[in-house]
Design a protein around this ligand. Sequence first.
Ligand SMILES: [Zn+2]
Length: 143
Amino acid sequence: MADPKIAKLEKSRAEWKKLLPPERYAVLFEGGTERPFTSGLNQEKRAGTFVCAACHLPLFESVAKYESGTGWPSFFQPIPGHLETKRDFKLILPRTEYHCARCGGHQGHVFSDGPAPTGQRYCNNGLAVEFVPEGEPLPKLRE
Ligand SMILES: [Zn+2]
């Protein structure tokens, strides 16, 4: 459920296309999926925050990251209220898609085979987020 305090950022696809590198745009706004084991963030183990690569809203804290072995950065919990979900019927079996609650940028899919304490696995495209190490300022929210 989206945090009602988050003001939606409304931008056209054309605007996002101008702002983002093509590979990030394809994942965030065309529902693309990066190839597994291609994101440098798979190996990222430092303390910090993962922010939306489109609008910079913080989405995950590093304490919720874990190694799922799938080849995509995986988390057992988002920052509450910062993601929204919808059902996705692209494959035969319905999946639950999730996206940034502020800009609507696609992030990944959530499955119920994650570790304790939530039992959830947020399987995220590395291209859809940026990592900010602890101690560094978070980027300003994109307007
Ligand atoms: Zn966003």
